[in-house]
Design a binder for this molecule. Structure first.
Ligand SMILES: C[S@@+](CC[C@H](N)C(=O)[O-])C[C@H]1O[C@@H](n2cnc3c(N)ncnc32)[C@H](O)[C@@H]1O
Length: 215
């Protein structure tokens, strides 16, 4: 097996991983803070590609997950996802994260994620909560539980579409303690902003939830 190369998905994941490493480095001497990593759209851990010539259906699915697939067709490739990257960044750091909150709405993805953590990070599994819920609900519960005077967190928001509600972003901001990476779903927003200005009611509701305003 080998990892993907050259895709924007991999660049995005490298950015988050390098940020986590730099963050842990910066926090090395700030021992009064407990450090958390939160992945609110954690995925399944990693995505394996079995064939160099995916069917058109497989290709569509891959494109919806990773963006443009065309550069990356290869044999036995896989992309290591954000949560596993955070775990390995932490493992290699002198100042590791104390806790990982990995949120994922899809049950089978949660099960796969738990299995890969169990097999590849058995030494760290006691520090990891995999929460199978909607990200907005789980993030609000997480924010309520944490003592933000003593905790600092990286929060990674990597939705497919318009799942993140603005009120969740506001709640994260009010902690005053979270470094938030939000991959904003611009493509989805543009698709909903119809040229004639007549946006279906259902889409309006989604856009209002995303922006936190009807304006
Ligand atoms: C773009 S993928 C995340 C990829 C992940 N960051 C990685 O590196 O592997 C988006 C994920 O969000 C999950 N998802 C979709 N809606 C969700 C929601 N409302 N709350 C939490 N997770 C959700 C999907 O099942 C999918 O696994």
């Amino acid at each position: 097996m080998r990892q993907f190369g050259g895709s924007w998905s991999e660049s995005k994941l490298n950015c988050v991983e390098n940020y986590a490493l730099a963050y842990l480095q910066v926090m090395q001497k700030q021992h009064w803070y407990i450090l958390h990593y939160v992945d609110a759209f954690a995925g399944r851990g990693k995505q394996v590609l079995k064939s160099s010539t995916p069917s058109s259906a497989e290709r569509l699915e891959l494109e919806s997950f990773f963006g443009d697939y065309s550069e990356r067709a290869d044999t036995e490739t896989f992309l290591v996802g954000s949560s596993l990257r955070a775990l390995s960044a932490s493992r290699s750091s002198a100042r590791p994260f104390a806790h990982f909150t990995l949120i994922e709405a899809d049950k089978s993805s949660c099960d796969e994620l738990e299995a890969v953590i169990q097999s590849e990070f058995p030494d760290m599994k006691d520090k990891v909560d995999v929460i199978c819920k909607d990200a907005n609900v789980a993030l609000n519960e997480y924010i309520d539980l944490v003592d933000w005077t003593r905790t600092r967190a990286i929060v990674f928001l990597d939705p497919y579409g318009l799942e993140v509600r603005w009120e969740t972003v506001v709640r994260l901001a009010t902690t005053g303690a979270c470094d938030v990476w939000y991959l904003f779903p611009l493509g989805g927003v543009i698709r909903m902003m119809t040229n004639d200005g007549r946006i279906p009611e259902r889409w309006q509701v989604r856009l209002d939830q995303l922006f936190g305003t009807h304006e």
